[in-house]
Design a protein around this ligand. Structure first.
Ligand code: HGY
Ligand code: MN
Ligand code: MN
Length: 414
């Protein structure tokens, strides 16, 4: 089998991406397909239909993770797994996650076209709730698969309306029977957009992801005292929103103390009662820190705890700081990284090593199986924004690298 024709069908890949992007399409050209909503169900149903058409055997586990299997010559061997996630952010794009799932489907379709048999089975995976937007934390289903979180704890996670993840899985019909994890992967490769500006700025075709930065997520509830905005002297106020506002500023300052790699974000803020002439009695916020090293993450964690305690005392409010998620920095498997590099080189694609700023399911799976990631550029590095965009060639290049890396790991037998 000559290497030269080991390529995907770029037009078919792009058509499938555009068809999937219609599920949850937003007026600004993005996608809103929150985990375990009816739109997620529709995306899953479409993916399942495409997998059946490609002759793949679908299994669904108790976290709703979908595994579509292409049989290998030796079915006793552990599979090579390729895939990503189909859920999106509320103002998400067409490609974050979907490129990895649809790109993996295109690999299977191309192997069928090329009539290639592999020694090892190949499985395409769609991980449930990667984004962690509706149900925190992020990457929760690959965390259960990797033994980093219990199934019970994950299924009990609730959205801001108090709806449990497990209940929603059942409601959309994707609470599978298969156990979550407890089975080996020979290797896992995840194709993903970079979600940053480096590859496009350097005009590089492919990112070979060697590491993923770590992250810590928090929830903070401030309790002050609701009072009249007009008749309460400033010195007698216990203003929960002022405490939250000062903390939001400190989150940014803490991240900047770990420049240039440290990042910190406040994503959610909610207050009660939310009346223009009542001093807010309650404020709820989320925040997160990320950095490639554990030491910096630990410093940011300690600085946040100190800041929250100081601000609460000064503003005479109580504060409850919960650490809801921890993802340690990830080092991807050297052999899988080398396979991705060889695949890019065999295609004549420019490539460079890169560290992932975003978290991915591959970061969890890397703790239990040889894992690597393949990045393609994205326009202006924009993601988690409806303007997220890539060029069709970038998708095709990424899927071709995924095809060849997966084939090296799964071994062609005919
Ligand atoms: O948060 C992340 O990095 C990913 O998008 N879930
Ligand atoms: Mn993603
Ligand atoms: Mn994302």
């Amino acid at each position: 089998m000559g290497l030269s024709n080991l390529r995907v069908d770029g037009a078919r890949l792009w058509d499938a991406l555009m068809e999937m992007a219609r599920i949850g399409a937003t007026p600004k050209g993005g996608v809103k397909r929150l985990a375990l909503t009816d739109l997620d169900r529709a995306a899953r149903d479409l993916f399942a239909r495409w997998c059946a058409d490609a002759g793949l055997t679908l299994s669904i586990d108790a976290m709703g993770n979908m595994f579509a299997r292409r049989a290998g010559a030796d079915e006793t061997l552990a599979p090579v797994v390729i895939g990503s996630h189909l859920d999106t952010q509320p103002t998400g794009g067409k490609f974050d996650g979907a490129l990895g799932v649809i790109g993996a489907l295109e690999v299977a379709r191309s192997l069928n076209d090329l009539n290639i048999r592999t020694r090892r089975p190949i499985e395409i995976v769609n991980w449930t709730n990667e984004e962690g937007s509706r149900f925190a934390p992020a990457m929760v289903s690959s965390a259960v698969f990797a033994g980093l979180m219990s199934l019970e704890e994950a299924r009990a996670r609730e959205d801001f309306d108090g709806v449990a993840l497990g209940a929603e899985l059942g409601r959309i019909g994707y609470a599978g029977a298969a156990p979550v994890g407890g089975r080996p992967f020979h290797a896992l490769f995840e194709l993903h957009i970079e979600q940053g500006p480096i590859l496009e700025a350097e005009n590089v075709d492919i990112g070979i992801v060697t590491h993923g930065q770590g992250m810590k997520w928090y929830e903070i509830a401030f309790d002050g005292f609701e009072a009249h905005a007009g008749s309460t002297p400033m010195a007698r106020r216990r203003d929960a929103l002022v405490a939250a506002a000062r903390t939001i500023e400190r989150v940014r300052e803490i991240a900047l103390t770990e420049a240039p790699l440290g990042v910190g974000t406040t994503g959610v803020i909610a207050i009660e009662p939310g009346s223009r002439n009542v001093i807010p009695g309650r404020a709820f916020m989320t925040c997160e820190f990320r950095h490639p090293t554990e030491a910096a993450l630990a410093r940011m964690d300690a600085a946040l705890a100190t800041a929250v305690a100081q601000i609460a005392a000064q503003e005479k409010v109580s504060a409850k700081l919960d650490h809801v998620f921890d993802c340690a920095p990830t080092t991807f498997d050297a052999d899988c990284v080398a396979m991705a590099r060889r695949a890019a080189r065999s295609l004549g694609l420019s490539h460079r090593d890169i560290v992932s700023g975003a978290g991915h399911d591959a970061c969890n799976i890397a703790r239990v199986a040889p894992t690597a990631m393949i990045f393609c550029p994205c326009v202006d590095g924009v993601s988690h924004n409806e303007a997220e965009d890539i060029k069709p060639k970038w998708a095709e290049d990424g899927a071709n690298v995924l095809l060849r890396a997966a084939l090296e790991a799964a071994e062609i037998v005919a």
